[in-house]
Design a protein around this ligand. Structure first.
Ligand code: AMP
Length: 639
């Protein structure tokens, strides 16, 4: 092939694709199959692979390729055709999508391991997952009945990941156990930072060492190892999947996963990526209160009524009002707080215990992370005990040393005392729920049923407060801890059946806005917009500009701390229109699980300029593409 034909094809400028296969070697920075699956699994399928490269070949080019890892090990070898080019744009790397034509035996085996065959060839089960801040639960519908699938010996697995002193990763119960003796080794509560950029101001709120990963996102540092939060969630989901598969004796590929209702677009995209990397095909992300409502309503053939779902777990609070009629469920209003959960109660009770210890022994435990961790765990146990007892004893032997002598913590806590200590937080819950009702133009009296889910709603003071707010007793025939997993499993099952699926319509938890080139802020989707939704928006640049930059935000109150920058759409190389100004039409689409896609077209030439998703802000690493050492002449030779 002439050298310039090759250059044209790579420049992507309309040059004809060469007729003969072009031999290339693609190098990816992973040192083994496991790392490849974890780091690149989202860009690899049984049908093809997405490669980020500065100079993609023209669509239609046949590539005889070898994909090698950092160790020089050949991972995939065969022929592929360039099916799509991604044009370069800020925030979107240039690249190409290859569709496999032939692969050799070793490549087929690798794909079977990394991307197993579609579930239709195996079973049709969909795991419902409640990835809680502190604990993870899963459920499944078998023989038309939903059941919780135990994760190991317990129905719940701690949402904990640890690195031990030898650098090995532990997940779940073993990670939590290690955290008792070595708190610096363990992460719990990581879900709060999923999809979040690192922010120094909130680093102090993390019960682990929160750092910035190379992409700028939040990560945990454990014994010198930096684990991005998405990776932590992947490990938890993978372990939950493995334990569920062991319990069921079969492979599980599909999942419906609960998300806090107010999780923004970026957080949802991060959860989806984490689940895909854990080996799941994600059928749907469902808001946790909506899943709980499904668990409650399924099979009851309820007449039209409004439900308030109050979901207060280990790390987050959600308040949602839904309308149910038979199997149809529509979310009317939703809101909550991602940094408000049982952990805050544990910390408050723990502080009281530490103060008592200091008063009695004169020893301040503030700089002793082991003692702090033990106190937090004891505070949680006391809090749980006080839900059924009026009084409980806390005993922590050998909590500290003074003059070489071991000191024990011994304290008695009463329910009334703890209720008084936490009264302002209980009140805060009621305030958030009231705000949600007001935003949905609803009054507490317009609610027909009160559903309390999440472990913290077992606390009598919290039950009482919501009973007073809504003027009714909560429903009792629903397991508060497993409702989200059960509802997610029911939705997954219904969506896979050919008949009578559960109809669920969700809403956007927080408004989405863009900043126009003239600095004005435009709300594109209001809070409580029904999903899915699509809006069109024309944007115009200043005179003489050939670029447009449109930052996208989500959250309440433009410019307030509650609002977050999701990413910026950048369009370059635009031709000015007749008035000397560049223009573009944006189409912003929200899926039924509130994932966002943005499509932009230049107004004058009616041609797609760039397809951008906010998800694309997190990109595959750049592949290094080199000429193959020897030409690979035919498919036969590579297969
Ligand atoms: P979840 O995220 O729904 O599993 O809820 C976990 C949170 O609920 C943790 O903060 C637990 O300490 C708390 N919790 C669990 N059971 C109880 C109980 N009986 N009383 C009070 N809090 C509880």
């Amino acid at each position: 092939m002439p050298a310039d034909a090759k250059r044209d094809a790579r420049a992507g400028d309309g040059g004809e694709p060469p007729r003969a296969p072009v031999a290339i070697r693609v190098r990816l920075p992973y040192d083994g199959e496991k790392a490849l699956a974890e780091g690149y699994g989202g860009h690899l399928s049984r049908a093809g692979i997405v490669l980020a490269t500065e100079r993609p070949w023209a669509v239609g080019t046949i590539l005889a390729f070898e994909l090698v890892l950092a160790t020089d090990q050949v991972a995939l070898r065969g022929e592929a055709v360039v099916a799509k080019q991604t044009r370069p744009a800020p925030g979107v790397r240039p690249g190409m999508t290859l569709r496999f034509l032939h692969l050799d035996e070793g490549s087929h085996r690798l794909l079977d391991r990394i991307c197993p065959p579609p579930a239709s060839a195996q079973n049709d089960w969909v795991l419902g997952i409640d990835l809680g801040t502190t604990g993870t639960r899963v459920a499944l519908v078998r023989h038309d009945a939903a059941e919780v699938v135990p994760l190991g010996r317990d129905p719940a697995m701690p949402s904990a990941v640890a690195i031990d002193s030898q650098g090995r990763m532990l997940v779940g119960a073993r990670a939590k156990a290690l955290g008792v003796s070595d708190p610096a080794s363990t992460v719990t509560g990581a879900k709060r930072w999923l999809g979040c950029r690192f922010d120094a101001t909130c680093a102090g709120r993390a019960p682990f060492r929160l750092v910035r990963d190379p992409s700028g996102d939040a990560a945990a540092e454990l014994h010198g190892q930096v684990l991005p939060v998405t990776r932590i969630c992947t490990e938890i989901l993978r372990q939950a999947r493995n334990l569920a598969q062991e319990a069921l004796g079969t492979q599980i590929l599909r999942a419906v996963i609960g998300v806090p209702a107010w999780f923004d677009v970026r957080q949802r995209a991060a959860l989806r990526r984490a689940a895909i990397a854990a080996g799941f095909s994600v059928e749907l992300l469902v808001s946790e209160p909506a899943a709980a409502a499904v668990a409650y309503a399924a099979g009851r053939q309820l007449p039209r009524r409004r439900l308030a779902v109050i979901d207060f777990g280990g790390g987050t609070f959600d308040a949602t009002v839904l309308e149910v009629e038979g199997d149809a469920i529509e979310v009317l209003a939703t809101g909550g707080d991602s940094f408000f959960g049982g952990m805050e109660f544990d910390a408050r009770i723990g502080n009281l215990l530490a103060e008592r210890f200091e008063e009695e022994h004169g020893v301040d435990l503030a700089d002793d992370p082991n003692a702090q961790q033990r106190i937090r765990d004891a505070a949680e146990s006391a809090k749980i005990a006080l839900s059924s007892a009026q009084q409980t004893q806390v005993v922590l032997p050998f909590l500290a040393l003074r003059d070489g002598q071991p000191l024990d913590l011994r304290a008695t806590l009463g329910r009334g005392e703890v209720e008084e200590l936490c009264a302002d937080m209980v009140e805060q819950l009621a305030e958030i729920a009231t705000e949600v009702l007001t935003a949905g133009r609803l009054s507490p009296r317009q609610v027909d049923e009160l559903i309390l889910v999440g472990g913290m709603t077992r606390m009598p003071a919290i039950r009482r407060r919501f009973q007073v707010l809504f003027g009714r007793t909560p429903v009792v025939d629903l397991d508060a801890s497993s409702a989200v997993a059960i509802g997610a499993a029911l939705l997954g099952h219904a969506n896979r059946r050919e008949y009578g699926s559960l109809g669920l319509r969700d809403v956007l938890g927080a408004p989405l806005s863009v900043q126009l080139p003239d600095g004005r802020r435009e709300t594109v989707f209001d809070r409580h917009t029904g999903l899915p939704a699509e809006r069109h928006l024309d944007v115009e640049g200043p005179p003489g500009a050939t670029e447009l930059r449109v930052p996208v935000y989500q959250g309440r109150g433009a410019g307030s701390a509650k609002e977050r920058l999701l990413g910026a759409l950048e369009l370059r190389g635009l031709a000015p229109g007749p008035a000397g100004r560049v223009r573009a039409q944006l189409t912003l689409s929200l899926s039924s699980d509130a994932l966002l896609q943005i499509h932009a077209e230049s107004g004058e030439v009616r041609e797609a300029v760039e397809l951008a998703t906010v998800d694309a802000l997190v990109e595959p690493p750049l592949s290094v593409i080199e000429p193959a050492p020897a030409p690979r002449p035919s498919a036969g030779a590579s297969a």
